[in-house]
Every structure is written in structure tokens, then in C-alpha cells.
Design a protein. Structure first.
Ligand code: C5J
Length: 222
């Protein structure tokens, strides 16, 4: 069984019962003109991790680890978007407004697509989620249970919002979770650092962290 030299201690996992969850690597967060940009963020930090996320996805595909993608998205009529979320942050462009890549954070719009370098392949599940956590109002929990998944690797953006929220949801549901440190990013470097520390504090209270290279080394050595 592969064992990752992770923090705060070793993380053993079986590829057959492990899934990689790639959170929200969509143009709305990663490219200029999307939702992240409309909230005043510099998206360059997020764009920079695309090659590492691609490497991790390729690694998982090679070793038979299921790859699941998520997108944060709302229905075109916004009936699944709480008014509080719509108003929050007083952004230049609100959810549903027309931006440079179509309507902001709306399912089916060009900006809602996963960036081309990380596009899902046939057979990979894409979870469309209206919240920050990928378990809320989606079929993710049922899918993982029916597929016999017990371990989850996490990548994507942003570390302290959708990634951390989903990892906490998964931890409460009993999954053994590991966040891949260099395959996740935040608009705020200090929030990424703090989120990684929070996850692995107190003996891994939420889970483990390790680099993509450390996961690759574990898989190569098994
Ligand atoms: C945010 C996310 N930051 N994917 N979404 O609103 O983290």
C-alpha cells in the first residue's frame, strides 16, 4: 500500500478506494474577467498552480485513482442562490451579471468551464455545487459511498474557502483526507498558510497535507 510522507504523520492509502477531488479549477476563479477578479482579487496566484494540478490529475489517472471535479455554479434563474450570497462583498459584477466570460458563476456559461488544461475526461464525474462545500446540495456523498471510497486527496481553489470547507465536510463524514499543498492556492498567501496549518494541527484534526511530489513518490514506491 502506498504511504505518503505527509504532515503531521504518514498517510497510507489504497488507490482503488481513493478519489482525487479537484475543487473549482474553473475560469471564473482562475482567469481574468471572472468572479474572483470581480471581487478584486489577483488571479495570477491561482493560474500558477495549473501545471501542478495537471501533474496530480495525470498521476491519479495513471494509478487508477478516481478523479472527481467540482464547479461552483448556479442555475440561470438564480433560484439556488441565496440572496445573502448574491449581495455579499458588493462586487463590481454580481453572480448572474454579464462578465467577460458570460454570466458570472452560472452553469453552462464559458466562465464556468474548468480551465482547458484540466478538462475532465470521459468517465470522470463533475459535481456542480451551489455552495462552498461540495457535499452541500449535491450527490457527492452518495457517489463516494456507492463507489466504496474511503480516502480523499484534495486539490484546487481557493484553499481556505471551497477546498477547506469541502475537506471539513468530508472529515465529518469519516473520510481520510489529504490536501496536496502545491496543488491548491488562495488569493491571499497568508490564508493558504493558515489553512494548511489548521488542517494538520492537533494531530491532523481535519487531515493531512503533502506535496504532489510526495504523493508521486508514495505511488512509485508501492
Ligand atoms: C470562492 C471557491 N472563493 N471556489 N470559491 O468563492 O473557493
Amino acid at each position: 500500500m502506498p504511504v505518503v510522507d505527509a504532515k503531521p504523520y504518514q498517510y497510507p492509502f489504497e488507490p482503488k478506494t481513493t478519489a482525487l477531488v479537484v475543487i473549482d479549477m474553473q475560469r471564473d476563479f482562475v482567469e481574468p474577467g471572472g468572479f474572483g477578479d470581480s471581487l478584486g482579487n489577483d488571479v495570477a496566484r491561482l493560474t500558477a498552480i495549473v501545471p501542478t494540478v495537471a501533474e496530480l490529475i495525470g498521476l491519479c489517472r495513471r494509478y487508477g485513482i478516481r478523479v472527481i471535479h467540482t464547479r461552483e455554479a448556479h442555475r440561470a434563474d438564480l433560484t439556488d442562490c441565496p440572496p445573502a450570497k448574491l449581495k455579499r462583498g458588493n462586487p463590481a459584477l454580481k453572480i448572474g451579471d454579464k462578465g467577460a466570460m458570460g454570466r458570472i458563476l452560472i452553469d453552462g456559461e464559458p466562465g464556468n468551464d474548468i480551465v482547458p488544461a484540466l478538462a475532465p475526461i470521459a468517465g470522470e464525474i463533475v459535481i456542480v455545487k451551489p455552495g462552498k462545500g461540495a457535499f452541500y446540495a449535491t450527490a457527492l456523498g452518495d457517489i463516494l459511498r456507492l463507489q466504496g471510497i474511503t480516502h480523499l486527496l484534495f486539490a484546487g481553489v481557493t484553499t481556505e474557502v471551497c477546498v477547506q470547507t469541502t475537506m471539513r465536510e468530508a472529515n465529518d463524514r469519516g473520510y481520510e483526507c489529504l490536501l496536496v499543498e502545491d496543488a491548491t492556492e488562495s488569493y491571499f498567501p497568508q490564508f493558504k498558510t493558515a489553512a494548511l496549518e489548521m488542517i494538520r494541527a492537533q494531530g491532523g484534526i481535519i487531515g493531512w497535507t503533502a506535496t504532489c511530489g510526495e504523493v508521486a513518490a508514495a505511488l512509485a514506491a508501492r
